[in-house]
Design a protein around this ligand. Structure first.
Ligand SMILES: C[S@@+](CC[C@H](N)C(=O)[O-])C[C@H]1O[C@@H](n2cnc3c(N)ncnc32)[C@H](O)[C@@H]1O
Length: 723
């Protein structure tokens, strides 16, 4: 090394001071966590798994004393040789120790003496860090600080458990838990999988169990974008989730029966029937929007089974968090550690280090499950995407939570709609001589919500009428459906009418809802899985005009198609014929197809149904422009378009338009879209049929009409087609 390469004295001094500062900041945080506690609080041990706060404070000092000061600081004098026995946790190579379940019996040293011990160690550590911060010292310092941060979280976990045992149920802190009322709907994000890498990729500190980085092959999968909420857990409880052995792993079923568990740890049903939960802020009402916490792996796995989903593997979790699409995942490391389906084991090529520190992680690599992420009580900056936490499957006093995952079927992948299609369709329609937009683009999450609101409007007769008719005829339809059949629904939305058929057809084994709106499909599938536990729900996010193959769960079964809502009326008759022909191909020979068709009637009934007094249909119509602005970067002035519904007698259809109020120019993808005042964008057709006309159309598409039912006025038809 030339003299020029020698770091200057100031630089190495500054580095040493920075190290000491970093050390002291972590140590101070431990003390500040303990500060609100009395010496009595600090000495008690609530169960063998938990340790007294005083013990955590002393053990973390012992760690620095044993692994840094004694070997590396010349002339270091241990504070008290007896502490080696009292505060060694599990290091066999260092010597014998106080048994863990008996840590609460260590009444001496006092909490105050432990404070003096920490001060003694801190002074020596600052000396070490400012005099000989060798690479080995710095490496052990990083480990010691990460270790102390782990104990900071343990202090709060153990304390919560302790306070939960007290009849007074004291609050550790006075602050209220955050308001989660804004928690939004659940989305499943899709990840391609393939050959990916997991594990520490440097350059900062990581534990040995996060290495070596290595390759893992993943099938395509989906991951929930948020954690399971208390509200969802309540539904699981109320559905008898803790009483149904079919949902539980054998060990889990044994555990809940031995322990008498019927809810997450710290939950209590009060006399008025409401649930409360013990928190660090004392006992509080269970917030249905907050993530569920303090559940065991067994409970997480049972909940996933009840939901018809599964837990993610740790590799799926890590790959998702690192993927660009993973930016949309919420609550990854700031709410609760997330149980994974992965047993805690060594990564390929893992070798524990030599000596006592080699015992840090490696010897626990059996009979535990990995948790990923981080919790609200995890020290800031402590965790990272490769971080592997681990607990025994029955333990639940840690800050644990649940994120669900799902397989992505080959069909989901094959038929996923390209993102570019919306833009292409919008540009093609808006630059045509007579401007149009395809009706299917009404339906994002908001569009689906608005459609459900339309169904409840007094003017919107089709939903009411069709529902009443389906209730009446469901037994007749059910009589034509074979045991073990699959029901395939096109444009299923909230799957509300579906329930009429499901209730009438216990013989159904599989339900395949197909919809272009992922949010509607996810919500509906979740609810149906809950309410029809024996039914396999295999949803398909797709344009129903393009679906070419049924999901594996439905193949080889007798199939019944279902297309309610008069959605078929959105097609022009020639397109409807093509659609029916395509559906025949998808459903297969021998299938039955139940189709709801609105019947032509007086404009006095029709027009208000598409132009309601409250303006809900107008908002639904404008939603396509809202989507063009937000998803495609358009700049349409929403207030400059009126909603219009007109009856076109010649074509026998209701039309919806957006009418430009003024001369104006909007922009989309660099194109100018000019409008004259009064010019319209034609957004939807709803063709109305005379029953005979529809029968004819179905025949031309290769179907026979096996039965038909037409309601009294306002008339609506349901046709059972046989293929
Ligand atoms: C009129 S709603 C009917 C909803 C429900 N079946 C009912 O009867 O109340 C139409 C549904 O079809 C879906 N949809 C519209 N066009 C679609 C397309 N091309 N492919 C798949 N789903 C579509 C919408 O998202 C919406 O859920």
């Amino acid at each position: 090394m030339s003299p020029d390469d020698t770091p200057s004295r100031e630089a190495s001094e500054a580095r040493a001071i920075a190290l000491a500062d970093r050390y002291l900041a972590v140590r101070r945080r431990t003390e500040s966590l303990a500060r609100p506690l009395s010496p009595e609080d600090q000495g008690a041990q609530s169960m063998p798994d938990a340790s007294p706060v005083k013990w955590h404070r002393a053990h973390t000092a012992w760690f620095f004393e044993t692994f840094l000061l004694t070997p590396f600081l010349p002339g270091y004098r241990v504070f008290d040789p007896a502490f080696a026995y009292l505060f060694n946790s599990y290091y066999e190579a260092v010597g014998p120790r106080q048994p863990r379940p008996l840590r609460g019996l260590i009444t001496r040293p006092s909490a105050e003496e432990v404070g003096a011990y920490r001060t003694h160690v801190d002074a020596a550590m600052v000396r070490l860090l400012t005099t000989s911060p060798t690479a080995e010292v710095i490496e052990r310092l990083d480990l010691g600080l990460a270790h102390e941060e782990q104990h900071q979280e343990l202090i709060l976990m153990d304390l919560l458990h302790l306070f939960a045992q007290s009849p007074l149920e004291p609050a550790y802190r006075e602050t209220s838990p955050p308001d989660r009322s804004a928690a939004t709907g659940l989305r499943y994000l899709a990840f391609e999988g393939g050959l990916i890498e997991i594990g520490d990729d440097g350059p900062g500190f990581a534990f040995d169990n996060e290495r070596p980085r290595h390759k893992v092959y993943l099938e395509p999968y989906r991951l929930a974008d948020r954690l399971v909420t208390n509200g969802e857990w309540l539904a699981f409880i109320e559905d008898g989730g803790y009483r149904r052995p079919d949902l539980w792993l054998s060990d889990g079923w044994a555990a809940i029966n031995e322990q008498g568990w019927d809810a997450p740890l710290y939950w209590r049903r009060e006399e008025n029937g409401a649930w409360t939960v013990m928190t660090l802020s004392g006992r509080r009402p269970v917030d249905p929007h907050a993530p569920v916490g303090h559940v065991s792996y067994y409970e997480a796995a049972a909940f996933a089974a009840w939901s018809g989903r599964r837990l993610p593997t740790e590799a799926e979790w890590e790959a998702a968090v690192r993927a660009p699409e993973g930016q949309e995942l919420r609550q990854t490391s700031d709410e609760a550690w997330q149980w994974t389906a992965s047993p805690y084991g060594a990564y390929p090529g893992f070798k524990p280090g030599a000596g006592a520190l080699g015992e840090y992680n490696g010897k626990f690599m059996v009979n535990q499950m990995v948790l990923r992420g981080g919790a609200a009580e995890t020290p800031p900056g402590h965790t990272r995407p490769s971080y592997r936490n681990f607990f025994h499957p029955a333990q639940r006093w840690a800050f644990t939570g649940v994120r669900l995952a799902d397989d992505m079927s080959a069909l989901d992948r094959e038929t996923a709609t390209p993102a570019a299609t919306f833009l292409e369709d919008a540009l093609a329609g808006l630059t045509a001589d007579r401007k149009t937009l395809p009706a299917k683009y009404f339906y994002d999450a908001e569009g689906s919500r608005l459609f459900e609101a339309i169904c409840d409007l007094p003017e919107y007769y089709p939903t009411r009428t069709e529902t009443a008719l389906l209730r009446r005829i469901a037994p007749e339809i059910a009589a034509r459906v074979m045991e073990g059949a699959a029901l395939v629904e096109f444009g299923s939305g909230a799957s509300t009418k579906t329930r009429i058929l499901l209730d009438a057809m216990p013989q159904l084994a599989v339900y395949v809802p197909i919809d272009i709106s992922r949010s509607a499909l996810d919500e509906a599938s979740e609810a149906l899985r809950r309410d029809y536990p024996g039914l396999v729900v295999a949803p398909l996010v797709d344009d129903f005009t393009r679906a070419v193959r049924l999901p594996a769960a439905a193949r080889g079964r007798p199939v019944t198609g279902f297309f309610p809502g008069s959605t078929i009326g959105n097609f022009a008759p020639a397109e409807a014929e093509d659609f029916l022909r395509g559906a025949h191909g998808l459903l297969g020979d021998g299938a039955m197809f139940v189709v709801g068709v609105d019947i032509a009637k007086s404009p006095d009934v029709l027009v208000p149904a598409y132009d309601d007094a409250q303006g809900v249909t107008a908002a639904f119509n404008r939603n396509v422009l809202v989507r063009i602005n937000s998803e495609l970067g358009g700049d349409f002035d929403l207030d400059a378009f009126d909603h219009r519904a007109v009856w076109n007698a010649e074509e026998s259809r209701m039309e919806m338009h957006l009418v430009s109020r003024v001369d104006q120019t909007a922009h989309l993808a660099g194109r100018e879209i000019g409008f004259n005042a009064g010019e319209t964008i034609h957004t939807e057709n709803s063709y109305k049929y005379a029953p005979e006309m529809f029968v004819e159309l179905a025949r031309r598409a290769g179907w026979k009409v096996a039965a038909r039912w037409v309601s009294d006025s306002p008339s609506f038809g349901v046709f059972a087609l046989a293929g």
